[in-house]
Design a protein around this ligand. Structure first.
Ligand code: ATP
Ligand code: MG
Length: 212
């Protein structure tokens, strides 16, 4: 059976981690394929160090282009070590953030050139893209509020509201450009209803996957 890469995107606190866990459980009980959950940055041993450098460390400054490179480095390692082998074994990979995050954060958020970010995405993935991306669409203020309640915040969560609004706009633009594969899920509803909406979208796409 063909492996599938399903990516999860959304601003801080939009519910990615929560929904990946819920959907992994659901897929495990309804699909014959093995399910792997992973995330960027930090899906590998090297990636965990990169994640700390990118999100936790506050002793250094990171130039926007350096940030772009570090995310690409994390992605290359992640693809080689985790994603590609899992797909080759016919597994369903649920990946918390992927290339769209680089567009939304580094291009729209930081203001780096779109073609530069796309080039780095291309170098990292060599054209391997998600079969489907689930975008958990949420007002950034609600997401940041949820994160605040969760406790300690990282380097991005501390960024200005305007930064997050630009990131949100990035996701909105991608969703408009790729309505078939970048699926918008209204995330401002109770967790169980968000899960249901994702299940519906995935059921439809799994049917289409089976026909390809
Ligand atoms: N639908 C929901 N309604 C209310 N609270 C929620 C909902 N989904 C998740 N939460 C809560 O909001 C917080 C953020 O959720 P979660 O960690 O899943 O988001 P995330 O997108 O993974 O965030 P991050 O970008 O920081 O990784 C958590 O405390 C979670 O329990
Ligand atoms: Mg998360």
């Amino acid at each position: 059976m063909k492996g599938r890469l399903i990516v999860w995107e959304g601003v801080e606190g939009s519910g990615k981690t929560t929904q990946v866990a819920a959907i992994a459980e659901w897929l495990q009980s309804t699909q014959s394929q093995e399910v792997v959950t992973t995330r960027e940055p930090g899906g590998t041993a090297l990636g965990k160090h990169l994640r700390n450098l990118l999100l936790k460390e506050e002793i250094h400054t990171i130039h926007d282009k350096t940030e772009l490179c570090l995310y690409a480095a994390d992605r290359i390692q992640h693809l080689e070590e985790v994603i590609k082998p899992a797909l080759a074994q016919g597994k369903i990979v649920l990946c918390d953030r992927f290339t769209a995050s680089s567009i939304a954060y580094q291009c729209y958020g930081r203001g780096l050139d779109y073609s530069l970010v796309e080039q780095f995405n291309q170098i990292a993935t060599n054209g391997l893209g998600p079969d489907l991306t689930i975008w958990l669409k949420l007002d950034v203020r609600i997401g940041l509020q949820r994160v605040k309640l969760r406790g300690e915040s990282d380097r991005f969560e501390k960024a200005a509201l305007e930064f997050h609004q630009r990131v949100h706009q990035g996701y909105q633009d991608i969703a408009l450009r790729q309505p078939q594969t970048f699926i918008t899920i209204e995330a401002n509803q109770p967790q169980a209803l968000v899960t249901q909406a994702i299940q519906q979208a995935l059921s439809k796409h799994f049917q289409e996957f089976d026909e390809t």
